[in-house]
Design a protein. Structure first.
Length: 345
């Protein structure tokens, strides 16, 4: 399809990392790209860090179900006006209800990447509309079956993890961490839970701020990456806690950290694949995390205060340490997606 664009839609910083890196690869292969992002957290800055200028469409709806619905409905309308005026040959996204609805409504072939079949709501709203589902071969296909209409959706896998899309081509540099006054391997990255997300509703979260205080007392600098303004306020004025004002190349941060502690799983997997010890506070054991651990990466599941304290104690006394990175041994999702783009564009 001459002069057609590949549309990539990102809702979160993780997705912005993956799709900005994928956009770079598509551009290098001679395709035109359109990257849309939602105005949420560090998403815009992350996309720009890859040299890709995104179009910002929509905002995060917050914790309230009504506001989530209204925000997504507004985003559908704005995306529809934008995309309908362009020549798009294929749409690529994580389970994005607004993006999927627009792609389906405009008869654009829809590719959905996913590593989170446990996230029920967004998968129910998106996978039935998908022409292609692409996921890691390490995630059992049966976990996606309940969402799929097999007659309409092609199911493809790759031997790797979604994070490899941006970890694979990236060469971490100490320059960033040193420019922030951080000593490589002597600081710890902490990312609190995304507690307003639907998947966290009703579940107790470990006391991350107490752990931050303990790490500071032990002489470490903590790089604290809040998701919401109220989380930032919890550490204001705390000695040796760095809160970045803008998006930083997260790969550099986690590659040279002593450890990473995060409320989600993506940053933990990212760190562990780079050999950095990482703890995820997420309440469920995920198939993709278990696969990363089985390959030998230093990834730990710490959903309770006791388990998190044990991880920190083991880290401080040397029982947990760095391991050999796995990044160069694995495939990128674009290894499969590129073939889909060629077939449709």
């Amino acid at each position: 399809m001459v002069n057609a664009e590949v549309w990539l839609d990102a809702l979160t910083p993780k997705q912005a990392h993956i799709f900005a890196a994928m956009a770079r690869r598509l551009l290098e292969e001679g395709f035109k790209v359109l990257l849309t992002v939602r105005n949420y957290d560090y998403s815009i800055g992350v996309a720009r860090s890859w040299g890709i200028e995104p179009l910002v469409v929509g905002e995060y709806g917050g914790a309230n179900l009504s506001s989530k619905l209204e925000s997504d409905a507004e985003r559908v309308a704005r995306l529809a006006r934008l995309v309908s005026k362009r020549k798009v040959c294929v749409a690529i996204m994580y389970p994005s209800p607004s993006g999927a609805r627009v792609a389906y409504g405009l008869s654009i072939p829809l590719v959905i990447l996913s590593d989170s079949p446990h996230s029920v709501y967004v998968h129910r709203l998106t996978l039935p509309l998908a022409d292609y589902l692409v996921h890691s071969i390490f995630i059992p296909s049966k976990l996606f079956k309940r969402y799929l209409l097999d007659t309409y959706t092609k199911h493809l896998t790759f031997r790797g993890f979604d994070e490899i899309e941006y970890l694979g081509p990236y060469q971490p540099s100490k320059e960033l961490v040193e420019s922030l006054g951080l000593e490589p391997y002597n600081y710890i990255v902490v990312r609190p839970p995304e507690y307003k997300a639907a998947y966290y509703k009703g579940f107790r979260r470990p006391d991350v701020e107490r752990v931050v205080s303990k790490l500071v007392e032990e002489g470490y600098t903590v790089v604290y990456l809040p998701r919401y303004p109220e989380q930032k306020k919890l550490v204001e004025g705390v000695r040796n806690v760095v809160v970045p004002d803008e998006a930083l190349p997260g790969v550099d941060l986690v590659a040279f950290a002593k450890a990473v502690i995060t409320g989600g799983a993506s940053m933990a997997r990212e760190a562990a694949l780079l050999g950095t010890p990482a703890a995820t506070l997420y309440y469920q054991k995920l198939a993709v995390d278990e696969a990363v651990k089985k390959l030998g990466a230093p990834l730990y599941h710490t959903p309770t205060d006791r388990m998190l304290e044990e991880f920190v104690d083991s880290l401080l006394n040397g029982r947990i340490s760095r391991r050999t990175p796995l990044v160069n041994q694995l495939e990128r999702p674009s290894d499969v997606v590129l073939d889909i783009v060629v077939d449709n564009c």
